[in-house]
Design a protein around this ligand. Sequence first.
Ligand code: C2E
Ligand code: CA
Ligand code: CA
Ligand code: CA
Length: 274
Amino acid sequence: AKAAGKNTYAIFGSHMAELLRRRSALEHDLRAAIKNREQIEVFYQPVYAAVGAELCALEALVRWNHPTFGYISPQEFIPIAEETGLIHEIGTTVLDDSCSVLFELPHITVSINASALEMQSPAYPLRILTALSEWQVKPERLEIELTESVAAGDSVQLELNIKMLRSAGVKIAIDDFGTGYSSFSRVQKFAVDRLKIDKSFVDDLDRGDSNATIAAIITMAQRKGLKVTAEGVETAEQQELLRDLGCDHLQGFLLSRPLTRGDMMALLKVRAGA
Ligand code: C2E
Ligand code: CA
Ligand code: CA
Ligand code: CA
């Protein structure tokens, strides 16, 4: 037993060392990538009307195309970017790319994901509004997604930023809605425009587990005049149930994966019949 324990420890130890090595390599490489303005790409996932299936919006999702590791998930590098302060530069890259898409495609809206650090930065609202005005894009066409955990944060600056952005016309959405914190009571606290129902609820629809929860979220949203998007829609059954429950918009691999800008533009041109 003692030998086995030692062995486990050795494996665990080398695994930890490996993780730490990767982590410090990524930190170093991320810094360089941002400095040289390369490798950071923005993909766009189409969002469709639940009824009629019209493509009405895009969610900007950042990608890191690393020269040796290939595409690295934002789940892995966003936390590194937050710890190192690089998140602001990444956010600005995504914002600029999104504004240029809004400029090029006058009939759609785009949502971007804001990290807690960005949303609590006093410089954030002006950065957003400046980019919009430089690209001559109406603020109403940009939506900022905050995860529920960010929105639940107790920060005066966060509330101020949300108020400033909303009074300029920018839309605010609560992402991953229903996954924790005080979802329902928290939405009362500051006004937002949209709830994005987390994929976990959409997954549970198949077993009939979450219909009542989703129905309750939609009822509350409608009472408060909020739009509802369901994310992570992977099956036709889910699509039909969510439409019948009264979701406004649907997003997920069934409808489209996140696309490169080029693929997204091609899709939109085909749809427009150009
Ligand atoms: P999120 O905002 O909840 O984004 C949805 C994630 O689910 C995306 O993963 C998307 O590719 C994936 N997804 C969409 N439809 C489906 C589906 O039908 N099935 C499955 N299995 N997955 C689906 P992605 O792009 O890897 O992003 C992960 C998370 O990283 C995002 O979650 C968001 O929290 C964060 N993130 C992405 N881009 C940015 C960014 O520009 N800034 C910040 N701060 N965070 C970002
Ligand atoms: Ca999101
Ligand atoms: Ca989400
Ligand atoms: Ca998420």
